[in-house]
Design a protein around this ligand. Structure first.
Ligand code: NDP
Length: 513
């Protein structure tokens, strides 16, 4: 049995504790404190005190802290990977992806922050501001609250802290109560890398701790369910603070008749089963054009049967790990049972696997339709329903028949045609001949439409959202009076109107009385 660790967040007294289990073994691997609203408020107050000095550093100096952190992360990758696998239960390879992402994010935001947040000169032809010099500048929001989910304890939780810090904010991170240990390790990393005290803090706890963060932070970056996302947005609205929400998905993949079936099957399996299918960007439904449906399903079934699942060990030990979130096992089973009751066929898997630990066998379903939960609700597990469509038009209609709109993929040899189709899909991100790899391109925005969220991470907006805009206008050569000043002078307005006619192209100037 793994050693039991007791960790407390942000210096909070460990009076109440949450036990953290290893989903692959069921063993308790740590305890963390369940921070109260008062403890969250104290963390926010410490962050507020630390933030002005952090914001006063130039982007280059902040980048140096990031460089140290990146080196720390890479030199401690064994320890970080072990911990992610231990508290999340995912395959080791999926944990490594999180480390690669964060190392890249440190480098990306360190390099880009200065340019993306630079002052922007504004020009105006209005006769009212002639001669003024104007610009916009970006000011950090203050303290950013990041609320993270359990599926990617490093990438989704801590990953969002990086651009927020790069923009000059302090960050208080509330990880999921199911996977809080990685976030606490990042707090240790910040300490060992000499980051200024309290610029990055972790408060552990359950939903109420997250709620307390929404009640006190200046901005909330939330990743999780649509249901909780709505609560966060409602509270942020009451407080009139901005928030960014990365919520659920029901991501579709379309296989066109001209696709390379090898590529189509490989992308489908990776998209559906990486991280055990527990990703907002997981492929959760597939539509295949009729001419290639049978061949695609045959090959997919063969490959699904080769996928290994179970308790993760070293590299290559399993492809699919455990179900991290206890209630998720019941959700996945319910979606499969509902499909079977309504006429679907299970080609591979179909049942939870025996413990210890929580596992669901990778499952392939066919003969599905949109009357089934597995085609409409987020499943978040290692299952994949595949549906035959007459043609691409039907696929587009079905892909868009969803309350979600996070990602969608088209696989086809004719990229021009695939692109035309992809652009008709109602999703914040569309990929052609790939699924999920777009997440690693930090210059490319990533965010959902419809019930999948508000705002984006990554791209220019992925850092600008952590700032407020200040507009500056300077009259360097102030005259005694302007044309538009009380007491109004009719001749000044005739001149203004002549200028307007000249600038905005009225051929025959009106005569003003
Ligand atoms: P939640 O949305 O409830 O949790 C996400 C985060 O929000 C967690 O840190 C959670 O804390 C916190 N939280 C819970 N309630 C509140 C609140 N009222 N105010 C502020 N923060 C709060 O997701 P679940 O973990 O319950 O998972 C439910 C479903 O969400 C899954 O079945 C899956 O479908 C989807 N999901 C989507 C993810 C994505 O990447 N978009 C990631 C994870 C889940 P705590 O965990 O301590 O309760």
């Amino acid at each position: 049995m793994a050693e039991i660790r007791t960790l407390t967040a942000g210096g909070a007294p460990a009076d109440t504790h949450i036990a953290v289990d290893n989903p692959a073994t069921g063993a308790v691997v740590g305890h963390v404190s369940d921070a109260t609203a008062q403890e969250v408020a104290q963390a926010i107050a410490r962050a507020r005190r630390a933030q002005p000095d952090w914001a006063a550093l130039d982007a280059r100096s902040r980048a140096e802290y990031f460089t140290r952190a990146r080196r720390w992360l890479l030199s401690h990758r064994q320890e970080v990977t072990d911990l992610i696998v231990e508290e999340n239960g995912k395959a080791r390879e999926d944990a490594i992806v999180e480390i690669v992402y964060c190392a890249g994010a440190f480098a990306h935001w360190a390099k880009r922050a200065r340019r993306l947040l630079a002052e922007t000169r504004i020009r105006s032809l209005s006769p009212f501001v002639l001669g003024r010099s104007m610009y916009t500048r970006r000011v950090p929001l203050g303290v950013v609250g990041v609320i993270g989910p359990w599926n990617n304890p490093l990438l989704n939780s801590f990953g969002d802290a990086i651009p927020a810090l790069a923009a000059g904010n302090a960050v208080v991170l509330k990880p999921s109560e199911h996977t809080p240990l990685t976030a606490l390790l990042m707090e240790r990393m910040a300490h060992e890398c000499g980051w200024p005290e309290d610029v990055f803090q972790v408060v552990t706890g359950a939903g109420a701790t997250g709620q307390a963060l929404v009640d006190t932070a200046d901005f909330v970056m939330f990743t999780g369910s649509t249901k909780t996302g709505r609560l966060v947005a409602a509270r942020a609205g009451e407080r009139l603070i901005p928030c960014s929400l990365e919520l659920g998905g029901k991501d579709a993949l379309v296989v066109l008749a001209d696709a390379s079936l090898e590529r189509a099957v490989n992308v489908t399996i990776q998209g559906a089963l990486s991280n055990g299918g527990q990703m907002c960007t997981s492929v959760e439904r597939v539509y295949v054009e009729e001419p290639v449906y049978d061949a695609f399903v045959d090959l997919l079934r063969e490959r699904f049967q080769q996928v290994t699942s179970g308790q993760p060990g070293g590299l290559g030990s399993v492809d699919v790990g455990a179900m991290t979130f206890p209630p998720q096992l019941a959700t996945v089973e319910d979606h499969v049972d509902d499909a079977v009751r309504k006429g679907a066929r299970v080609l591979v898997g179909g049942r939870p696997a025996p413990g210890p630990g929580r596992f669901f066998t990778p499952t392939l379903l066919v003969d599905v339709d949109h009357g089934m939960k597995c085609m409409r609700e987020e499943t978040f597990g290692p299952t994949l329903p595949v549906m035959k469509v007459a043609d691409a038009e039907e696929a587009v209609r079905l892909v868009n028949d969803s309350s979600y709109g996070l990602q969608a993929t088209v696989i086809g040899a004719n990229t021009k045609r695939a692109r035309r189709l992809a652009e008709r899909l109602q999703a914040g991100c569309v990929t052609i001949n790939d699924a999920q790899t777009n997440y690693m391109a930090l210059g490319l925005p990533m965010g959902g439409w419809k019930d999948s969220g508000l705002g984006v991470r990554h791209g220019a907006e992925g850092i600008r959202k952590y700032t407020k805009l200040q507009a500056v206008s300077i009259n360097r050569f102030p005259l005694r009076r302007d044309l538009h000043m009380i007491p109004y002078d009719p001749s000044a307005y005739r001149l203004i109107l002549r200028l307007v006619d000249f600038m905005y192209g009225t051929r025959r100037p009106h005569r003003e009385q």
